[in-house]
Ligand binder design. Structure first.
Ligand code: 0RA
Length: 640
């Protein structure tokens, strides 16, 4: 289909001025995310050439001057005159908005889709942009500057036997006011993911900014999604089977799927369409689940002839525990829905995916009886646990009804019933809880003290989670239920603030709490209801003058200021725990809305956060220890 590309299909819509006036509309924001968006945009075009099987190498270079060069070994962007615009196709692609056909499926554009706004947007937001095309035994060059104005019209600069495209752009600092510095690790993470998602593609990153050491990485995964599942699962637990892998194409839709169980209990289903993580799922995920449930039940019925029951025995809830699976599809005309436009809507996809995954899984189970046995055993255990958990839940529910929605005894609730102004502090330890109770503004601040460490939900079976006292108090205090039954309208507090000591134990408790919220009340994180309190690390007192330091840097600054004023008799107190502060101090430094510092936990990238949770919470103790050691305040890492 993409071989029939011709320049006619490029639609001429509007000029580049609009992009410079309202860049946010095209790339989301002009912050560091928006800056990297430019890289994804140009890389997407090269990936399209890979998907069309005309290229297999992409190289990204961060140049000394913070410009980026993206090179591919494809056919080279067409340079002949475009019938509609009367200029070269190359020029059209870089000057006309939506050229490349977001609204026209009859073009080469296939990857991206979410941010498929086209190369012209990158040109509009760049101070300088250069394209080099090698094709027809010639080497061509064209240059733009000042947001897409032609600097050098297309011209031949030499002869070559090679083919390919190289785009260099320098983002305009008048647009990207926050920063124009690229992050090696951000680009590295994304190209590694692209290498997993595009089997066989060799994609490399070079960083030429540091004279002392040139950094570079190269990725190539010849087993695609299979390698991806292996890598993900490795961070979660011990594998129970070889990766089941299948790929297929139907109706121009390419499907790639991998599955592996581990000895843990969390569900890790990830889906992609055109290389984009579809956080909200959609029809490809539905088709996958349908096929897995159907085939596993079929298999179980067949090996177990005595089982006369006709209905399905295993539900998705039984099957998903400890499963890591990735479904990746490439679709020429994706339709996205949902709040963040990350839910695939194309209805025909469900059946196609269900067919391909189902057929593959059926043969895999028959051909690998050892693996099949391990999987079935695991699912049978989950089934038993589910039934037990259901009973436990029913008892709890009955109790709640009889207790007339009684709140946990430890909770010091606030006076207001208005959730819009109410907030709850979840506090580590009874003594800090005591100070917080006396120090708070009881009109709108509730305090829930926790005793000791809370359960690690990543390692525990569902039943244990419901039996855990600390977790039960949190669920009851918040009042909004959990998982699929979570109802944000019933949430009793609009801010849920985690307040723990500023030490390693505090960091651990914070991670355990966040993991619990991530797995059981994900909406809370996604809606921005979860916050981390920031207690001070130091008190600096000279006479009646008291200041608090929230970081080592701040302490140093204060010391320098005092020195500058020739003040030498001051006292520095280092707070080791919340308990060392009296109620007034705790109010002043950490709880007073006028003065406190709260960090909002946002999971912009739920996928990565999930990985961090798994890495930290799974059986493997080493990554967790390492992470906690390195990262007392790890919120920044979640907030990608
Ligand atoms: C359409 C047709 C042809 C090449 C491309 C698109 C193309 C676009 C990009 C963007 C970045 N790298 C690219 N590489 C190729 C080929 C038309 C022909 O055969 O002349």
């Amino acid at each position: 289909m993409r071989d029939n590309y011709n320049s006619d299909s490029i639609q001429v819509l509007e000029g580049l001025e609009a992009v410079r006036k309202r860049p946010g509309m095209y790339i989301g924001a002009t912050n560091i995310r928006g800056l990297h968006h430019l890289v994804w945009e140009i890389a997407d075009n090269a990936i399209d050439e890979v998907l069309a099987n005309f290229a297999n190498k992409i190289k990204i270079t961060i140049n000394k001057d913070e410009s980026i060069t993206i090179t591919d070994n494809g056919r080279g962007i067409p340079i002949e005159i475009h019938p509609k615009t009367k200029v070269s196709t190359l020029e059209t692609v870089f000057t006309v908005l939506h050229a490349g056909g977001k609204f026209d499926s009859n073009t080469y554009k296939i990857s991206g889709g979410l941010h498929g706004v086209g190369a012209s947007v990158v040109n509009a937001l760049s101070k300088y942009l250069k394209i080099e095309v090698k094709k027809n035994d010639k080497h061509y060059l064209m240059e733009f500057h000042n947001g897409g104005q032609i600097l050098t019209p297309i011209k031949e600069i030499g002869a070559t036997k090679e083919t390919g495209t190289a785009v260099t752009f320098l983002p305009d600092e008048k647009i990207f006011k926050e920063t124009t510095i690229f992050s090696f690790s951000t680009i590295q993470n994304r190209i590694k993911q692209l290498a997993f998602l595009n089997k066989g593609l060799e994609i490399s990153l070079f960083d030429l900014r540091d004279d002392e050491e040139e950094k570079s990485v190269v990725y190539q995964f010849n087993n695609g999604i299979k390698d991806y599942v292996l890598e993900l699962n490795k961070t979660i637990g011990t594998p129970l089977n070889d990766v089941f892998y299948v790929e297929g194409v139907e109706n121009n839709i390419a499907v790639e799927f991998g599955l592996q169980y581990n000895d843990n209990y969390s569900e890790n289903v990830f889906s992609f369409c055109n290389n984009i993580n579809t956080h909200e799922g959609g029809t490809h995920e539905e088709g996958t689940k349908l096929a897995i449930v159907r085939e596993l039940n079929n298999y179980f019925r067949n090996i177990n002839k005595n089982n006369k029951v006709n209905e399905d025995k295993f539900t998705w809830d039984d099957i998903k525990e400890g499963m890591t699976t990735i479904i990746s599809i490439h679709h020429p005309e994706p339709q996205y829905e949902g709040q963040t436009k990350t839910k695939l809507g194309n209805s025909e996809v469900k059946k196609i995916v269900s067919n391909i995954v189902g057929k593959g899984l059926n043969s895999y189970l028959l051909e690998n009886p050892e693996d099949a046995k391990n999987i079935i055993e695991k699912i049978n255990l989950s089934l038993k646990a589910r039934i037990a958990a259901q009973r436990a839940k029913e008892t709890t529910r009955r109790k709640t009804v009889m207790d007339n929605f009684s709140l946990p005894g430890k909770l010091a609730d606030c006076e207001t019933k208005d959730a819009n102004i109410a907030e709850i502090y979840i506090v580590e330890g009874d003594s800090a809880g005591g100070s917080a109770k006396s120090g708070r503004n009881r009109r709108f601040q509730a305090i829930l003290p926790l005793r000791g460490k809370i359960l690690n939900v990543e390692k525990a079976k569902q039943l244990k989670v419901f039996e855990n006292n600390e977790i039960n108090s949190i669920i009851t205090a918040l009042g909004a239920g959990i998982k699929d039954n979570f109802n944000e309208k019933k949430l009793r507090y609009q801010k849920v603030i985690i307040m723990t000591d500023a030490d390693v134990d505090g960091a651990h408790i914070r991670i355990l709490l966040l993991t619990f919220f991530y797995r059981y009340m994900k909406d809370l994180i996604e809606n921005g209801n979860i916050y981390i309190a920031q207690p001070p690390l130091y008190k600096i007192q000279n006479g009646n003058n008291i200041r608090y330091g929230y970081s080592d840097n701040e302490l140093e600054t204060y010391k320098e200021e005092l020195l500058a004023q020739n003040i030498k008799n001051y006292i520095i107190q280092r707070y080791k725990g919340l308990g060392e502060m009296n109620p007034e101090q705790l109010w002043e430094t950490t709880m007073d809305p006028e003065r406190r510092l709260l960090l909002k936990v946002s999971v912009n990238n739920a996928f990565e956060a999930n990985l961090i949770c798994n890495e930290l919470m799974g059986e493997n103790v080493e990554p967790r220890k390492k992470f906690i050691r390195e990262n007392a305040k790890y919120v920044k890492n979640l907030d990608i």
